[in-house]
Design a protein. Sequence first.
Length: 368
Amino acid sequence: MTEFEKKFEEEWNKQKQEIQKPNLLIVGGTGVGKSSLINRIFGKDVAKTGAGKPITKGIDKYESEETSLVFWDAEGYEISTSGNQDRSNFETNVIPKIEEMNRQELKNQIHLVWYCISITKHRVTDYDLQNIRYFINHNMKTAIIFTQCDNDEEDETGKGKEALGFSEIISKEIPNLMYFETCASNITLSLDLEKLIDWSIEALPNEQLRKSFIQAQKVSIAAKKTQAYKVVTVATATTTATGLFNPIPLSDALLLAPQQLAMCISITNIFWMNTGLSSSVSEILKTQIVSLLGKSTAASLSKFIPIFGQIVNGVVAGGITFALGSALIEANAMALEEFLNTGKLPDWFDIFSSATFVNAIKYAMNNK
């Protein structure tokens, strides 16, 4: 194992251990489309039948090592064999579990509530209102999500008529809520999915949880890029302040400082953590991507690249860090978009050779 590979493995494992996973509670009656919504936003069958761990009657927990989010699926009410609605289990089992969690330290609490109501059910029930009121009265960040909205007739403003009627009913009882129209079955119809992602990010209580949520979702590449540029900003500031000390040698005339290696791994996690390809992409990052990145940027950075063992001026170091980070963000954004559209991993060589990537390097170099 080379020195670079050893440092890579150490940093990869360190960041994996530091992940703080948000707890997302999804509530709604049977058949409202909670599982489909989760799978649409987070990109894999995390909520498929049988995948959850029953915690108590009426609430299941979905968690995996490759997903930087924990899902809690709760029934807001049950439908009895006679067709009547019954909220007793929610009161007897679900609420006590929620309250038990919320008495613990922040990392174990419920951080977000997505309350799902299907447009196709054609009504908001009294149980829905009781449940929503409970979450609001207990200061839980709660979004009202109208599901299965692809068949909702639009009004003159482009909003669904049924969804608008539902929101008016709820608002009369519980004001100042956020409403989102969604559809999981039609992948060409995004409706309010990106708005829901943006609201959820802002509603989370700290930066670590926000970063993990952004890693987990696959709807908004823009949110991933914004988060990744925050990482680049911090790494740039650090290397500008300290210079490049003890850089790690690579085979392509590019020396990577520990801060830059950490930045590259963090960016990769932001884009790929919840795709099911995190481990394979990390291996590609270790063996190919950094090498291609070095070859692609070496010409632009040649006058800045140090001889191994040198201490590099802080301003120069910051410029190199910003260019490397910006280039890797654009490469990952292009790669992820291609993967989501085709289901195939991209040709990294083509990406690093593309005009879009080359222009990103030039822009980064000219604007740092």
